[in-house]
Design a protein around this ligand. Sequence first.
Ligand code: SF4
Length: 271
Amino acid sequence: MRICECFKSIQGEGLMMGVPTFFVRTVGCNLSCSWCDTRYSMEGGTEMSLEEIMGAVGDSPRVCVTGGEPMIQPDMPELLRMLVSAGKQVVLETNGATDLSQVPDDPLVMISMDIKCPSSGMADRMLKGNLRLLSRKDQLKLIVADDADFDYAVRFLDENPVDTNIIFGPVGGTGKLDWLVSRVLDSGLDARVLPQLHKIIWGDRRAVRGLHGHLHGRLCILAALEDIVNLGGHLFIAFLRNARIDEPSAVMCLYPQFTKAKGGPSEEGPV
Ligand code: SF4
């Protein structure tokens, strides 16, 4: 399976927001949303076997499988079954444009599915048949940019009633929340309005921060040059000690998306 990155952080979206979670981000997507914030996951990455991924997950009790679009990976249903068999609580983040019938029907698996609104340019790509697979343990996310998106979302939910948790969020994760709250309250919908917590904490910076993960079974420190420069030498060493990263096999993962932008190394994938 093609993996973009594995890392431990807190869940930044939806009902599980704030809880420590191990993230497995796959490479590639079958959509091309106008406001996509994970374009770095569209290509490259590292080939990992399902066993290697399970090894990276280790004893983390919660796993978020995300992308890109994880369900375009042929082995994804098998990985989900392996995670469930290991007792992991799984959140599957999916864009709603792939068939979800092979997702294990298990209380441990939360399907977190999008309905794309017109501003994404992908609204006509949704597979409505997936809606019947959603239940109260799952969530349906509608990311809206403007009134036209919100009106579309209300019509969609009226025409396609679902018995699951409805979540509205603003494009970009943090802006226009007061506008969105007003629109939801005026609509009478029984829905949540949520920001993206990771955007509030870290802005648009990718993955991490201050946490360790695994690559090919080795303990890794996930960091960007930007983080190291911002922290300064002494502070960064203090951060490492604080994070208890002291295994001799620890390796530093520098992400080229940041370093390229700053004129640094240009290798593909973590090094
Ligand atoms: S579905 Fe998600 S990953 Fe794919 S293009 Fe849209 S926002 Fe990006």
